[in-house]
Design a protein around this ligand. Sequence first.
Ligand code: GLC
Length: 421
Amino acid sequence: MRQEWFDHARFGMFVHFGLYSGAARHEWVQNYERLTDEDYRPYFDNFDPDLFDAAALARTAKESGMGYVVLTTKHHDGFCLWDSALTDFTSVSAVGRDLVREYVDALRAEGLKVGLYHSVIDWHHPDFTVDWNHPRRDDENAHVLNEGRDMSRYRAYLHGQVRELLTAYGDIDYLFFDFTYPEEKDGWAGKGPEDWDAEALLALCRELQPEMLVNDRLGIPADFVTPEQYQPTAPLLRDGEPLVWEACQTLNGSWGYHRDNTDQKSPTLLVQMLVDSVSMGGNMLLNIGPDGRGAIAPRDAGTLAEIGEWMRLHERAVIGAGHAPFTPPREGVYTLRGDRLYLSLFSWPLGFVHLPGLADRVTYARLLNDGSWLRTSVSDPEQQADLMTPAGEAEGTLTVHLPVRRPDVLVPVIELRLRAE
Ligand code: GLC
């Protein structure tokens, strides 16, 4: 099964890096501020990623408990991080470095799976037509700009660049295309699968990298779906069948480095999002936007270090784990790995946590962070709420006794060993 490693890994790192990292105010800056090529040019002329250290990036991902990394080869601004023969708008022209090469080598050295992100949108290419997402959409006579632009020439460029990426860098495990917007808006057309010739592009991927996973953003179904910046609330299904999915998440709402953005998510929230995703059979791809010099910003490094410390003790509730067919208590979520059921607690109850339906199923319970045994008992359904006695729990409920003080970890996890049914 093509996605076996992916289902197993559960946790990956997204890396958004490019000219916008130096602009330091969102990777969509060119669109948001309607910048022309000339306006945007200084970020190319002054691109200086002296601290972009692929080995450090790979090590950080590994230490955070991630199994794969996904790097932007080209974002919507069209700037390429590899040695493309089809344009000189590349990191090689700018600073003499093929950052994709550095990156794939570093990942392989750490034993991580290699993922690439590739924007099918390209605001730099002269044949890419202006549409409602394009930075030039509000120019005076904007529609005139499309005279002479020829999407079939852009398509040849797009397919040619994907061919380069999938032939020159060895085995690629994962490709994230971004993105398709077929709807019309503000008097402009959008762009749909036919604008990319999505079928042919996917066929090219299958031909050149038959084992590679491809996402769904060409506008046609492929191997996995990609909820962005939100958490589903149940396993994702299509026609009753579970879908392979991965939620991509930011640290602060921006993918590219955004210096003045202070919306940093807490490490606790991020760990909750991770186990929550796994509990619904999905993955989490957590983004970092290296800064203008290519370094991981200190605030991001700090967050990742805290997540990594949690993963050191709790990774078995995540890696190789998935959806469990039990209804969790209100305090948290379940993940299942073989005969172990993990209860990640998002809130810490007083004294007990009650697990409906598990009375006869559990042979041993312990806290995962320190391996300390937890007493269990089966509640008496006859017991009534009273001044001095607990309320009766439904029949078949297992009660796990907890210490008053919550363990000092981001999210406490109880490991329950299941009896074979
Ligand atoms: C989006 C945005 C983008 C980001 C991506 C990540 O669709 O256009 O900037 O790269 O999602 O999923």
